[in-house]
Design a protein around this ligand. Structure first.
Ligand code: PLP
Length: 369
């Protein structure tokens, strides 16, 4: 098997699997219980929060705030946006975002529009300096800016630290939410609210986190027993949390190696005819989107699958639906119909990419015959 669909999900690493299994066996207590087993679970959770906070901060000064665990980034994004909503009206009614957000952000913003809030969605294709354009769009009426650090379809990235710094300079009251699902452990981050997901970094599905900066007052999406400072009720899945922490610590993605692999793939693809590259230099190197003109995405995907090569035809979350996101990133409709997304992890090799390109060449030949 050649797995090249790591932006959809990753294989849980051995460290994660071991941590999940060990925790199930030895620390299965309810973190709210007052006995020793409960305390042990609480300690695992506190340690995991620190690890994730440090990983979010990168090498710079630690982010000042807390981390709450969620069921994944869909919940983190919903909690961030809906949880901040109660603060919108006193401070302004405008929300700035992008036309390339994941549906968990995009559809929540649509709910805001239905509630008569003004949402401005900027498309990267319309601007040379997209980070600058987002900053320019913020004014004294902007209650919230929500943007993804790295786009899941092409790897297009924004400069998050600059965005955060300059938005705060323009309007300190604007809440900055960053969907960092594809950017976590890959690009520098900052923000008032930051969403991440475990299964994109070799932890399990069903676990995510939301960073909440100190002083940011959000309301919970899920009410109940008051766990996690009443920000996210529900008995905490300590085993998944331990697995998430283990995966963060064990993360081996190396941007230099990704860049070498990306260059290798581009060199090989350029030897074929009718290839369009949709991921430019402003994209993270672990996501490479390209179009094989004349071969529809689904046909290519299933042809590759015959040889045990797994890629995506776009975002796995928008299964079967045409991706408006690629259009907003400047990819023509025709090229979007033929788009293939290759997304790498630390285990991928140049040989695997060679096998991919050989099969692509064979598929092109077969389709043209
Ligand atoms: N945000 C982005 C950018 C994503 O790529 C995804 C999943 O593909 C999500 C949010 C949703 O994450 P989860 O699957 O953890 O709900």
């Amino acid at each position: 098997m050649i797995y090249l669909d790591n932006a959809a999900t990753t294989k849980p690493c051995e460290e994660c699997r071991r941590a999940v299994s060990d925790t199930m066996e030895t620390a299965f207590g309810n973190a709210s219980s007052l006995h020793k087993l409960g305390t042990a679970s609480m300690q695992i959770m506190s340690r995991a929060k620190k690890t994730i906070l440090a990983a979010l901060s990168g090498t710079k000064t630690p982010l000042d705030g807390t981390v709450i665990f969620t069921s994944g980034a869909t919940e983190s994004n919903n909690t961030a946006l809906l949880g901040a909503m109660h603060r919108f009206r006193p401070h302004g009614t405008k929300i700035v975002s992008t036309a390339i957000e994941h549906p968990s952000v995009a559809k929540t913003l649509t709910r805001f529009e239905e509630d008569d809030l003004k949402v401005v969605r900027l498309a990267p294709k319309d601007f040379e300096d997209f980070t600058g354009a987002l900053i320019d769009a913020v004014d004294e009426n902007t209650a919230l800016l929500s943007a993804m650090a790295v786009n899941n379809e092409t790897g297009f990235k924004i400069d998050v630290p600059r965005l955060y710094r300059e938005v705060k300079r323009k309007n300190p009251k604007t809440i900055v939410h960053i969907d960092a699902v594809q950017g976590f452990l890959k690009v520098p981050l900052d923000g008032d609210l930051i969403s991440v997901s475990g299964h994109k970094i070799h932890a399990s599905k069903g676990i995510g986190a939301l960073f909440v900066k100190k002083g940011q007052n959000i309301l919970p999406l899920i009410s109940g027993g008051g766990q996690q400072g009443d920000l996210r009720s529900g008995t905490e899945p300590i085993e998944l949390i331990a697995g998430f922490e283990a995966a963060v610590k064990a993360y081996r993605g190396d941007p230099k190696k990704f860049a070498e692999l990306k260059n290798h793939l581009l060199d090989e693809l350029n030897k074929l005819e009718n290839i369009g590259i949709n991921s430019d230099a402003n994209c993270v190197p672990n996501i490479i989107n390209f179009s094989v003109r004349g071969v529809r995405s689904e046909i290519m995907l299933h042809s590759l699958e015959e040889d045990g090569i797994y890629v995506s035809s776009g975002s796995a979350c928008s299964r079967g639906k045409k991706s408006g996101v690629l259009g907003a990133l400047g990819v023509s409709d025709k090229d979007a119909d033929c788009a293939v997304r290759v997304s790498l992890c630390a285990d991928n090799t140049a040989e695997e990419l060679d096998a991919l390109c050989q099969k692509i060449a064979k598929t092109i030949e077969r389709v043209r015959r």
